[in-house]
Design a binder for this molecule. Structure first.
Ligand code: SF4
Length: 689
């Protein structure tokens, strides 16, 4: 549709964790174009190629707008009324619980859902299902961030604003590729580099930031996949043994005993750059120089991504990063900090809203009597004090025969979770799967009820970006299925016998604000007045908190944690001699369900396997050849791209297309603390086909 716009609505991009503000320019109820909003605090009027074309998928012909049910997954779908679909789903959940027990059902929510939608899903599971079997797709991306930052500095969130990068003198990017994954922030970061800030990149690939147009990293620590913790220990060893600690900051702000233990640990010879070079593959002198630059180069900020979290030691590495920032005093002011780059738009929000099985909104443990009683009083139910199942535990319990029903909102677990065959086997063994989504995704192939969802253009609510910024998502057009997602969850709760009654998402936010100290001051009126606000937003900070941990850490004293390196279970062998790591590309987003249905597919039509010229030559592979890739989990076929960006022995692909299904290859190995999958390290063989 094209033509002259008649009016516009300001809303928020539904893709990455930058959370750019957009104007949807409208003619009647049709979108003419999306333009970046000049006053958008996260994006300053900029946008990337994903966001600009995002509206294309909202009205795509593949949208499902009618509820559907079927008794068996081999039956054809049957369109039904909303009343019938909701009644059927509720009666099936109750049947399953009567037969297999209260804990035999659960729910999964998504970082693509608004805060309000996520809050309602966890409320439905806890209050209507009567258990804590709720989890979010953040399980498979940033759950180690929640664990690691909460443990060390006391809050499960990044410490800065995006604008803070403009005050950084040294920028360390670890396991992130902002050029592709967070393009608008990536541009801001590059602007700062052009102004003279120094860059350290730690990544197995030669990403664009290393030596792209107009930017060049001072150091590229090109480590082997799975060796992050050995590298961070070597950086810490250099800082400690060369006298580069910020002793005054540590004495004033950190727990002394934990610091002394950590200092003794990292000082050990086995953590030196020379000793760890064997493990990481990074020359010792490079590590020493990078550590000196980070510790003495002025304001030093760390930005990290899934290359940190999606490892068997994801949580350990997050704590290692926090250790570095505390050791050098690079936390608590502009230009410094520990900054997780969240992949999806509302990863931060979905975690904030209590969608982990052990935490109520605001990261408070379900086992805490006081907070649980507060929610019980507000919701009029008795809550279970024990944490419920995480997503991987749900799959295992399904295969054990004890988990039989799942409500899955906005998340394609079959395409996005690791070890696809394991996921598919688990879903096949279940009796009631309810999928709520805008398209018939891969997971819907295993569903018994399909509830059509709303796109971001049809939503009213809020998203919280990677800098804790809560922004309004405003309805641009009515929901194509007739109901918004929050209304559907409410209907399902009522059909299950639990009264859930809101007139508008603003009332849901009001309830969140009443029950969550870090959100006490948040309301739609405030967001309309300020444009957006960064939590904590409450009595002490009525207009939000741009920089956290300024005078003291949220937990009081910062806590150093010992980060012992443990080698990944995924090891190269004669049968699987290469390591696969996975990531994203600029024009596509996650499982591609949205971007594949927009103009973006013109630029990138398939996943490819990047392979170093030496490895390609050994196997007789040229760019464009079809190659088979096999791991102990499974095998698939991809087209090869021979690339100097790779290091020998490491291959790379994206996971945007179900046809290639990269997660058929990835394994069930996961982070020791949070079960975040080890997507970034899989031993594989690659052969021409
Ligand atoms: Fe902004 Fe990310 Fe959307 Fe691009 S995908 S417009 S960077 S929020």
């Amino acid at each position: 549709f094209s033509g002259q716009a008649e009016h516009s609505v300001v809303t928020t991009c539904a893709y990455c964790g930058v959370g750019c503000s957009f104007k949807a320019e409208m003619k009647g109820s049709q979108v003419v174009r999306m333009t970046p909003h000049k006053n958008g605090q996260a994006n300053e009027g900029h946008a990337c190629v994903k966001g600009r074309f995002a509206w294309g998928y909202a009205t795509h012909k593949d949208r499902i707008t009618k509820p559907m049910i079927r008794a068996k997954i081999t039956d054809p779908w049957r369109e039904v009324t909303w009343e019938e679909a909701i009644a059927y789903a509720a009666s099936e959940f109750r049947r399953v619980q009567a037969k297999y027990g209260r804990d035999s059902v659960g729910g999964i929510t998504s970082s693509r859902c608004t805060n309000e939608e996520t809050y309602l899903v966890q409320k439905l599971v806890r209050a209507a299902f009567g258990n804590n079997n709720v989890d979010t797709c953040a399980r498979v991306c940033h759950s180690p961030t929640g664990y690691g930052l909460k443990t060390t500095i006391g809050e499960s969130a990044g410490t800065q604003t995006f604008a803070s990068v403009e005050h950084a003198d040294v920028i360390m990017v670890i396991g992130a590729n902002p050029t592709d994954g967070h393009p608008v922030f990536g541009s801001r970061l590059k602007r700062r580099l052009r102004e003279g800030a120094k860059l350290i990149v730690a990544d197995p690939r030669r990403i664009d930031l290393v030596d792209g147009p107009h930017v060049k990293a001072a150091f590229h620590l090109q480590l082997r996949p799975g060796t992050n913790v050995a590298l961070v220990n070597a950086l810490a060893h250099t800082i400690v043994t060369e006298g580069l600690l910020n002793e005054a900051f540590i004495a004033e702000r950190c727990e002394p005993l934990a610091f002394e233990q950590w200092r003794a640990f990292v000082s050990q010879p086995e953590n030196s750059p020379e000793a760890t070079a064997e493990i990481t593959g990074v020359p010792a002198e490079q590590v020493r120089e990078a550590a000196r630059l980070y510790a003495t180069g002025g304001n030093a900020a760390i930005y990290y991504g899934l290359g940190v979290t999606e490892h068997a030691q994801g949580s350990t590495m997050v704590m290692g990063i926090a250790n570095l920032a505390m050791a050098t005093g690079n936390i608590g002011r502009e230009g410094v900090g520990v900054n997780p780059l969240r992949g999806q738009n509302n990863v931060q929000g979905s975690c904030d809203m209590g969608s982990f099985p052990h935490e109520l909104p605001g990261y408070r443990h379900i086992g805490g009597d006081e907070v649980r009683h507060q929610f019980e009083a507000a919701w009029g139910v008795t809550l279970q004090p024990e944490p419920g199942l995480r997503i991987p535990n749900m799959f295992d319990a399904a295969l054990d025969g004890s988990f039989k029903g799942l409500y899955c909102q906005g998340e394609d677990i079959v395409q996005s979770d690791p070890d696809t065959q394991h996921v598919a086997a688990a879903l096949t063994s279940m009796e009631c799967i309810v999928v709520q989504d805008i398209f018939l995704n891969e997971t819907a192939k295993y569903a018994h009820v399909f509830l059509p969802g709303s796109s971001f253009l049809e939503k009213d609510g809020t998203f919280t970006n990677a800098e804790r910024r809560i922004s309004r998502v405003r309805r641009v057009m009515p929901p194509l299925p007739g109901y918004a997602d929050w209304e559907v969850t409410s209907m399902l709760a009522r059909a299950l016998g639990y009264e859930m009654d809101y007139a508008h998402p603003s009332e849901i936010m009001d309830e969140i604000a009443r029950l969550t100290p870090t959100f006490h001051g948040v309301s739609y009126a405030l967001l309309d007045r300020l444009g957006s606000v960064q939590w904590p937003c409450n009595e002490e900070a009525p207009e939000g908190t741009p920089t956290m941990h300024v005078d003291e850490f949220v937990r009081g004293k910062g806590k150093f944690v010992i980060t012992q390196f443990v080698a990944s279970r995924e090891k190269v062998t004669r049968r699987y001699p290469l390591l696969l790591t996975t990531g994203r590309i600029l024009s596509q987003y996650n499982v591609g369900a949205q971007t594949r249905r927009t103009e973006n597919s013109r630029w990138h039509e398939e996943d490819q396997l990047e392979i170093h010229p030496h490895d390609a030559q050994d196997r007789g592979i040229k760019t464009g050849d079809w190659v088979g890739i096999e791991s102990r989990a499974g095998q698939t076929v991809l087209r090869a791209l021979v690339s100097e960006r790779m290091q020998p022995g490491v291959v790379y692909t994206t996971f945007h297309f179900p046809e290639s299904g990269a997660n058929v290859i990835t394994t069930d190995s996961s982070d020791w603390a949070t079960n975040c999958p080890e997507y970034k390290v899989t031993a594989v063989q690659v052969q021409p086909v």
